[in-house]
Design a protein around this ligand. Structure first.
Ligand SMILES: [Zn+2]
Length: 502
């Protein structure tokens, strides 16, 4: 079954079918949905607000796949911009450009590594490609070349090149800002600025002492651009086109990316190609901490690492960050995180109970008669509601409610011995299916929470040896010893398997 979603599109300001009706993915299911996601600027460790967006984007991909679509996700790594340059040269020393390139690489490398460690711990699946800005300078130079040719770009009196927003009639549509006439012609060279500062923005910045720089003539001998470096916004336009094509299905980021970043991306991309850049724009809401905007000065600024250092399970953080509807502001509190840990444990315990009772309870139900088969109904209902919630603007909160209701109903029926073995199997299959979307690794026990895995493996090796020597009494004794620790051993045609049941 392949179902489109009803997903909010920031550009048209309404719920629309996704993938869009004109997406090639709608005509041929093997054609992936093309999805560009703005990635991290690798100048610091990412904070929990950043991860709200990355988890949300992972959720989009997982939900689409659950509904039968294939997706190609690209996430850029911004490794050259105002922030990374400042990080690599905080005192603004007059370092030669070539040496600055080396410094920049050395400065961003550990942040890139940390980013992947963080995303792995949150079980965010890898995108198909992680293009780096520093590796796409020729593409950016050529894109700016097209903008110059089409009359959208001009050279400022500072020698840098700018995009003229008055030339692009749709400028401001995505974010809904009105450009006042007084600002037309005024320029901004910083990568980040507020709506009030909407003005012509830098595409290419002329080299300054202490900054890395490239010579555009190396990539395009006719380029009028001076030795310098790209502005931040052109990076995403160039990398999106290179890896996904001139028109893509979806582009997303946090709410704060709408202006100026995505507004500028539309202007640059459509100004250069004359084609629609993105069919569907998706944005997730802000993250607050204790009801307030996160800020270093308020002491409520948390990088993911700060939270993990307090001993929290990263998957509970994941659960917390995905349980509020993606368009609403999310209020992060440690109280809420404790609640998420409890909910996560409840789901894990339910799955282990199903596994345990399925393999340990005697063949057939304890009693047959009125009321049997009710669990199957509850499971099917949960599956229907789960899929429906996904298609309703990715309502994960509603999908989670369906799962917890199924857990409650089936747990009660298990207490009463009213669940058929095949229903236990159905329930655990359904739960693992839901987990493809949630990504909570429900079937894995966190290290240190159960019995030591190495100890179990040693015991199982001993048991295999005993069996080989036909010492079945010894083999059974080891099995019982493990069972007493909550470890269930299963001999299958694929070999011996084991899992925790506590
Ligand atoms: Zn971007």
């Amino acid at each position: 079954m392949v179902t489109p979603l009803r997903l909010y599109d920031t550009y048209s300001r309404q719920l629309r079918e996704f993938p869009p009706s004109d997406s090639p993915a709608r005509k041929n299911l093997e054609t992936p949905i093309t999805y560009y996601t703005c990635g991290p600027t690798v100048y610091d460790y990412a904070h929990i607000g950043n991860f709200r967006a990355y988890i949300f984007e992972d959720q989009v991909v997982r939900a689409l796949e659950y509904l039968g679509w294939t997706v190609k996700q690209v996430m850029n790594l911004t490794d050259v911009d105002d922030k990374t340059i400042h990080g690599a040269n905080p005192k603004g020393e007059s370092v030669p450009a070539v040496e600055m390139l080396g410094r920049l690489g050395a400065y961003t490398a550990p942040h890139i590594e940390a980013f992947f460690e963080d995303t792995d711990s949150l079980n965010i699946r890898r995108a198909a490609v992680y293009p780096r800005a520093t590796e796409h300078i020729p593409e950016m130079v050529r894109l700016i070349g097209a903008l110059i040719e089409n009359g959208y770009a001009y050279e400022g009196d500072d020698g840098s090149w700018y995009f003229s927003i008055k030339k692009f009639s749709r400028y401001g549509y995505l974010s809904g800002i009105k450009i006042e006439d007084v600002r037309l012609g005024a320029r901004v060279s910083a990568d980040e600025y507020e709506k009030e500062d909407a003005r012509d923005f830098a595409l290419w910045k002329k080299a300054r002492p202490g900054e890395p720089a490239w010579d555009p003539k190396e990539f395009d001998s006719g380029s009028p651009l001076p030795v310098g470096r790209p502005g931040w916004h052109i990076e995403c336009s160039a990398m999106s086109m290179k890896h996904l094509g001139e028109t893509i299905d979806a582009h997303s980021g946090g709410h704060d990316n709408i202006f100026p970043h995505h507004e500028n991306e539309i202007a640059q991309s459509e100004g250069a190609t004359g084609k629609r850049f993105v069919r569907h724009w998706i944005h997730c809401g802000y993250l607050l901490v204790d009801g307030e905007k996160m800020s270093k000065s308020k002491g409520n600024y948390f990088r993911l690492r700060d939270v993990l250092q307090r001993g929290y399970n990263p998957l509970a953080i994941r659960l917390l960050l995905l349980s509020t509807h993606y368009r609403k502001p999310l209020n992060f509190t440690f109280e809420g995180l404790k609640g998420a840990e409890k909910n996560l444990k409840q789901l894990q315990a339910f799955l282990r109970r199903l596994e345990r009772e399925r393999t340990t309870v005697a063949e057939g139900p304890k009693s047959l008669g009125i009321g049997m088969g009710g669990a199957g109904v509850a499971i099917n209902q949960a599956k229907d509601e789960f899929a429906k919630a996904l298609t309703e603007d990715l309502n994960i909160a509603k999908a989670l409610a369906a799962i917890f209701e199924m857990t409650r109903v089936v747990n009660t029926m298990l207490d009463d011995g009213m669940v058929l073995q095949e229903e236990m199997e159905q329930a655990s299959e359904a739960l693992l299916g839901f987990d493809h979307v949630l990504g909570l690794k429900l079937d894995e026990v966190r290290e240190g929470e159960g019995v030591d895995a190495a100890f179990v493996e040693t015991k199982l090796a001993e048991r295999a040896k005993a069996k080989k020597a036909k010492d079945y009494a010894r083999a059974d004794a080891i099995r019982d010893e493990l069972a007493a620790l909550g470890v269930i051993v299963e001999d299958t045609p694929q070999g011996t398997k084991w899992f925790y049941a506590k």
